[in-house]
Design a protein around this ligand. Structure first.
Ligand code: HEC
Length: 154
């Protein structure tokens, strides 16, 4: 009887553990999908401002994009909880472990680019394209973070 009881407890434990592993895997997929959505949205906003500079978009479009970037950039680190290194669904990209092992540097990168987009936002709102040009060139924080923390897997 003791052995049977042990077996039942063991089975319950295994079922419990499998469910929580599945839940974690699902969470990770969702985090990665949300992260990709965020990054894709950011690049669309970046393109909108580039179009404005090129004379292909009106100022209100650029203001909306710059406002969106100013709001989203400071939240970037929320999209990188530990254990979500990747790969992305296409298997091509992931994050470098330094996102977590050198978390201070990662947070500093987020802060830097947040300041850059805030400056860009101010410039876009001024309507002075020469200023926008300068602030847009100064916005190198996206690439800086990608070079330091984005891993090409394939
Ligand atoms: C603090 C770091 C950091 C900052 C800042 C950052 N990114 Fe990313 N970005 C990443 C990492 C890491 C990945 C790859 C990991 C992933 O997609 O899961 C990525 C992926 C991307 C991708 C690819 C998404 C896909 O389809 O897989 C795009 C596009 C992108 N970023 C655009 C931007 C733009 C534009 C900015 C600036 C406005 C920016 N990122 C700022 C870290 C950053």
């Amino acid at each position: 009887m003791k052995a049977a009881r042990f077996l039942i407890l063991g089975a319950a434990f295994v079922i419990g553990a499998t469910t929580s592993i599945a839940a974690v895997a699902q969470d990770k997929e969702k985090v990665i999908a949300d992260r990709q959505d965020l990054m894709k949205k950011q690049v669309r906003d970046w393109i909108a401002i580039r179009n404005y500079l090129a004379g292909n978009a009106d100022q209100p479009v650029a203001v909306a994009a710059a406002d969106a970037l100013t709001k989203s950039l400071p939240t970037v680190s929320n999209y990188f909880p530990p254990g979500t290194a990747g790969p992305t669904p296409d298997g091509k990209w992931g994050t470098k472990p330094e996102v977590w092992t050198e978390h201070d540097k990662f947070l500093a990168a987020v802060k830097k680019v947040s300041e850059q987009v805030a400056a860009l936002d101010t410039a876009v709102k001024s309507g002075d394209k020469a200023k926008v040009e300068v602030a847009f060139k100064d916005l190198d924080g996206c690439n800086a973070c990608h070079n330091a923390f984005r891993a090409k897997l394939q």
